[in-house]
Design a protein around this ligand. Structure first.
Ligand code: NAD
Length: 346
C-alpha cells in the first residue's frame, strides 16, 4: 500500500512511518517541520527506497493538490496537527488554522484526487484524533465510540471540529473515511515538552519535577509503538465510515505515573537519593480534565487488536531510550517554549 502520512516527522506520525516502511509499505511523509517536528525521528528509514518526504503545510491547498497528483497514494493517514494543550491555551489561533482549516484542505485535496481517479473503492482517508474530544469523566465509566462530544480546551475543540468535518465529508461526498480516537501516548521520540519526557529529563538533571495540581488527573497510557500498530491495522482493515477508540488498557493517575518513572530512574540511573524527592506540585492547568478512559471493546472485537505492553514495560523501554539517546533530545531543549511553564494565560 502507498500511504500519504501527514505529520510524519512528529512523535506518533514518525512511529507510523517507521513501522509502515518496516512492513513494506511505500510512505510519503508530508510535514511542515514546525517546532514539534524532528527529521531525526525518521532517520532510520530516510534512505529506504520505500520512503519519500515532502515539506509542505496543510494550510496550503495548492501544495496538497500537487502532492496528491505526484504521489497518487492508496490511503491517507492524517496526523499533522498542533498537539500541545498548554500551547493551545496561550495561543489558540494556530490550532484553529492547522487542525480545522488544515483538515478541511486535506479532505478537499483527497476528495479531488479520489474523484479524478474514478473513486477507487480501496481508497481510505484515515483521520487520527484524540479521546479529549469526549470531555472529562468522573471516577467511573469509559469513553465509547458513541460517547457525545464535549471538548473543553482549544486543542480538543479544534480536534473535535476536524472529526466532524471528516464525518461530514463521508456523509455528503461519500469520501471513504475511517477515524480513530486514542488516549495519551508515550514512548521514544516524544518531544520534551510533554509530561513523560519532562519527568525523565528533569529527574536526570536533578531538577524539580512539575506535577499539575495534586496529580490526581487520570489518563489511559498508550505506548506509541502499539498505537502505530493499531493505526496500520485500522487503515488496512477498518470498516468504512467507522471510528475506533484506541487505548492502552493502562489507567494511571499522573502522580502514580511520575512515581513509576522516578522508581525506574532509581533503578536504571541511580542518583544517590530517590528521584521522587524532586516532585513539585505546581498550579493546575486551567480546565484540566479529570479523567480519560477508553473502552477498547470495538477495536478488540472487530479488528482483533490489543496493546502489547503494560505501562511498566513500556515505560521501562521509554526511560532506557531517553538515557541512551541524549544526542536526540539535547538539541530540542533549545527550541522555543521548551522547559518553560506554558498554558497559564487563560
Ligand atoms: N500525543 C498524544 O498523546 C496524542 C493523543 C491523541 C491524539 N493525538 C493526535 O495524534 C496526532 C499526532 O500527534 P503527535 O503527538 O505525534 O504530535 P506532534 O506535535 O509530535 O507532531 C505533529 C506533527 O505535525 C506537523 N505539523 C503541524 N502543523 C502542520 C501543518 N500546518 N502542516 C503540516 N504539518 C504540520 C509537525 O511539524 C509535527 O511533525 C495529532 O493529530 C494529535 O492530535 C496525539
Amino acid at each position: 500500500m502507498k500511504l500519504l502520512v501527514t505529520g510524519g516527522a512528529g512523535f506518533i506520525g514518525s512511529a507510523v512511518v517507521r513501522q509502515a516502511v518496516a512492513k513494506g509499505h511505500e510512505v510519503v511523509n508530508l510535514d511542515a517541520l514546525t517546532y514539534a517536528a524532528n527529521v531525526e525521528n525518521v532517520a532510520s528509514v530516510s534512505t529506504s527506497n520505500l520512503y519519500s518526504f515532502e515539506q509542505a503545510d496543510i494550510r496550503d491547498r495548492v501544495r496538497l493538490d500537487e502532492i496528491f497528483a505526484l504521489h497518487r497514494p492508496d490511503a491517507v493517514m492524517h496526523l499533522a496537527a498542533e498537539s500541545h494543550v498548554d500551547r493551545s491555551i496561550d495561543g489558540p489561533g494556530d490550532f484553529i488554522l492547522t487542525n480545522i482549516n488544515g483538515t478541511f484542505n486535506m479532505l478537499e485535496a483527497a476528495r479531488g484526487y479520489w474523484t479524478r481517479a474514478g473513486k477507487p473503492a480501496g481508497f481510505r482517508f484515515h483521520h487520527i484524533s484524540t479521546d479529549e474530544v469526549f470531555g472529562s469523566l468522573g471516577d467511573t465509566g469509559q469513553f465509547t465510540e458513541e460517547t457525545p462530544y464535549d471538548p473543553r480546551s482549544p486543542y480538543s475543540a479544534s480536534k473535535a471540529a476536524s472529526d466532524h468535518l471528516v464525518r461530514a465529508w463521508a456523509e455528503t461526498y461519500g469520501l471513504p473515511v475511517v477515524l480513530t480516537n486514542c488516549s495519551n501516548n508515550y514512548g521514544p521520540f516524544h518531544f520534551p515538552e510533554k509530561l513523560v519526557p519532562v519527568v525523565i529529563l528533569n529527574a536526570l538533571h536533578g531538577r524539580p519535577i512539575p506535577v499539575y495540581g495534586a496529580g490526581l488527573n487520570v489518563r489511559d497510557w498508550l505506548y506509541v509503538e502499539d498505537h502505530a500498530d493499531a493505526l496500520l491495522t485500522v487503515v488496512a482493515k477498518g470498516e468504512l465510515g467507522r471510528s475506533y477508540n484506541i487505548g492502552g488498557e493502562n489507567e494511571a493517575r499522573n502522580i502514580d505515573l511520575v512515581r513509576l518513572i522516578c522508581r525506574l530512574m532509581d533503578e536504571m540511573h541511580p542518583a544517590g537519593a530517590p528521584h521522587d524527592r524532586l516532585i513539585t506540585f505546581v498550579t493546575d492547568r486551567p480546565g484540566h480534565d479529570a479523567r480519560y478512559a477508553i473502552d477498547p471493546a470495538r477495536i478488540r472485537a472487530e479488528l482483533g487488536w490489543r496493546p502489547s505492553v503494560t505501562l511498566e514495560e513500556g515505560m521501562r523501554r521509554t526511560v532506557r531510550w531517553y538515557l541512551d539517546n541524549e544526542a536526540w533530545w539535547r538539541p530540542l531543549l533549545d527550541r522555543q517554549g521548551v522547559g518553560q511553564r506554558l498554558g497559564t494565560k487563560a
